[in-house]
Design a protein around this ligand. Sequence first.
Ligand SMILES: [Zn+2]
Ligand SMILES: [Zn+2]
Length: 452
Amino acid sequence: MGFFLKLFCFCFLIIIFHVFVIATPVFSHSNNNNNERSSSSISSKFLDLAKSPEVFDWMVKIRRKIHEYPELVYEEYKTSEVIRAELDKLGISYKHPVAETGVIGYIGTGNAPFVALRADIDGLPIQEMVEWEHKSKVDGKMHACGHDAHTAMLLGAAKILKHHEYHIKGTVVLVFQPAEEGGAGAKRVLKEGVLDKVSAIFGLHVAHVLPVGHVASKAGPLMAGSGSFHASIHGKGGHAAMPQFAIDPVLAASSIVLNLQHLVSREADPLDPQVVTVANFHGDGAFNVIPDSVTIGGTFRAFSRQSLTRLKDRIQQVITGQAAVYQCTAEVDFHEDQRPLYPATINDDKLHEHFVDVAKNVVGNMNVHEMQPVTVSEDFSFYQEALPGYFFMLGMQSLGAEPLATLHSPHFTVNEDALPYGAALHASLATNYLLKHDYGTAKVGGKYHDEL
Ligand SMILES: [Zn+2]
Ligand SMILES: [Zn+2]
């Protein structure tokens, strides 16, 4: 790549970074000097540990092993085996199976308070196009969303926490969750009751536009809720030269596509971001044949349950109503049995303060960023409907390197230098949360911290 192209790519990366992230550091909300000092001490020591060859090389090895054998939603049997084998070696007890292939690990006293850390473990139906030693060995399947890295980072955190288990004032619950990619695995994990006693849950996602060693998130709505729809519009096929003898579903479907745009541009509050996209349109006609039917499909996004439900109801009405205008009939399917509506990812305000306090000690004040909401979705949101939860982005981009491919691209790669930050953040968020919520027994600034 030529110098000017490199320079262009670097500038483009910086622009993208600024589009998604307001590059202003978030300062501490803590007003307790002792707490701040001890939190800082724990966090920097956890990061040093996570960067040590003993933890870092081990995480890299696990991540590459999982990367080679990606598995799709609710089929993560081998991945689950790898996780359990490592937990066995670490002497960490766990519950399995949860939601088919999920694993729930426990570190600490076994008593309250309980705090959970979550990693998703599934891959995607994508053919990997990256040529490297640990390329996916399964045709048509790839870890193109970084869930292999998420799994390795949570195991890294587990290793660090297990090492300090004697000092943990409560219980850290490790959630290795299947089926994030459309399968609503989080919903099934919750249904099994394994998080009933948990008072807070943290999760992260690798981000290709954020520099390595940086994190970004915000209080309140962070990611959109989503749903998908598929509709069949039925008319009566016939000769394209004699449309008076046919009922044209192509025209009806075209009108439906246009009228669906009004749901956002005319009906939604301009200050409540929403998306309706029709992304496929199929008919079986020919240049001289009007087909019997046309199918269309797409997605819709919103930042509240209420707006999402409104969009869903109106999509149904617009499709059936517009079909009727053209003398067609329509069936609409929202696939809720296979892909339930994902709620919006809404971060708890108090956990945001906790995150900022902890993260600034792990990655430094200047590297904790306030983020703009994004219209992609995450099934972590199911946890947040049931208990206080917090989700954040973990940077992967090395400055000066070529921009990384986007999530879900066949060219997606993980910068493994990000792994120690994820592991240390997980471990620090949980440890500090338990310290803050165990007022009776936590020795803040005492022996515990000296020994770390
Ligand atoms: Zn994904
Ligand atoms: Zn993902």
